[in-house]
Design a protein around this ligand. Structure first.
Ligand code: NAP
Ligand code: LUD
Length: 286
């Protein structure tokens, strides 16, 4: 049976360390601040934003939550972002995704100052990741790298299969694995013979958003399985993209849903916010 990678406990370890760091920074007059912008009333987004606010509170980071009407005009949202860019109490700015359809996500994300872009979604931060000179890296893939590190297994030379090619998970995690010298295959909705590709993988990253679409018996014996998917079933239960029970019989390590990648996403958000505060207090520019 696989070892369960406990994301909740690892996230707690990171948060405890960050809490001490925040105490130290406050002693030097620096109080890290995170602004979270939520547009509309998407229930999942409300849950995540609330969890982010609570995590800030736990470690002593100032959190500023801005809930905006779902029909807000793009210009108005851009104005709000520029206010946050100019606010010296705000070191990190996060605009929760997805945004309502009438808003242009690329334009909004590019309006965030790269120095405060603790989500790592600004084109400048993405470019820096591509050339392996990262500044702020997206929280979910960064959390996945910490989970992999925690297994103690060397990534170098491993076959990694990433399923999903989103800007927030699939593409950045593929780059991070590549930079650790994995041989990376990126799969998506047009990929043929997914089962065969997964069957060869030493590391599987599932970031699709479809319940149990990756069958447990596709997993190679001894593989590491990271399940990013969060799917709420009609009965209210949360499940990942991987058939957990079957996959556990083959994998060496596997992340659960919930309690795997999700908590690490939030811990990495706090990490990036503290880093942003430190950089800004030194007057560093990108
Ligand atoms: P997304 O933007 O919807 O992307 C989904 C990806 O899956 C796309 O690249 C899509 O391919 C691919 N796909 C769809 N059907 C497929 C199929 N049958 N076979 C193979 N690939 C398929 O999603 P996302 O934002 O990356 O999120 C993915 C999941 O992770 C969601 O459940 C989300 O809630 C969860 N998530 C969790 C965390 C966390 O912290 N735990 C963070 C972020 C996201 P195409 O590109 O061809 O359409
Ligand atoms: N937008 C994210 N949109 C969605 N799960 C998250 C997430 C925590 N700008 C921006 O935070 O990084 C982002 N930046 N994202 N996500 C998804 C994505 C965004 C997803 C899950 C969790 C953040 C989380 O804590 C818990 C778990 O897996 O244990 C379960 C929470 C529950 O629903 O009960």
């Amino acid at each position: 049976m696989a070892n369960i990678i406990d994301g909740k406990t690892l996230a707690k370890k990171f948060k405890d360390r960050l809490k001490d760091e925040v105490t130290f920074l406050k002693g030097h007059g620096i109080k890290p601040g995170l602004a979270v912008v939520l547009v509309g009333d998407n229930p999942a987004s409300q849950v995540y934003v609330k969890a982010k606010g609570k995590a800030c509170e736990e470690i002593g980071v100032n959190s500023f939550q801005h809930t905006l009407h779902k029909e807000i005009a793009q210009e108005e949202l851009l104005w709000q972002i520029s206010e946050l860019n100019n606010d010296s109490n705000v070191h990190g700015i996060l605009v929760q995704l997805p945004l309502p359809d009438h808003l242009n996500e690329e334009v909004i994300l590019e309006a965030i100052s790269p120095e405060k872009d603790i989500d790592g979604f600004h084109p400048l931060n993405i470019g820096r990741l591509v050339i392996n000179q990262p500044l702020f890296q997206p929280c979910t893939p960064l959390g996945i790298m910490k989970l992999l590190e925690d297994t103690g297994i060397d990534i170098s030379g491993k076959e990694a299969v990433v399923v999903g090619r989103s800007n927030i998970v699939g593409k950045p995690i593929a780059l991070m694995l590549l930079h650790k010298n994995a041989t990376v295959t990126i799969c998506h909705s047009r990929t043929q013979n997914l089962e065969e590709k997964i069957g060869k993988a030493d590391i599987v990253i599932a970031a699709i958003g479809k319940p149990a679409i990756i069958k447990g018996n596709w997993i190679k014996q001894g593989a590491i399985v990271i399940d990013v998917g969060i799917n709420r079933l009609d009965n209210g239960k949360l499940v990942g993209d991987v058939e957990f029970e079957e996959a556990s019989k083959r994998a060496s390590f596997i992340t659960p849903v919930p309690g795997g990648v999700g908590p690490m996403t939030i811990a990495m958000l706090l990490h990036n916010t503290v880093e942003a505060a430190k950089r800004q207090s030194k007057g560093l520019k990108v």
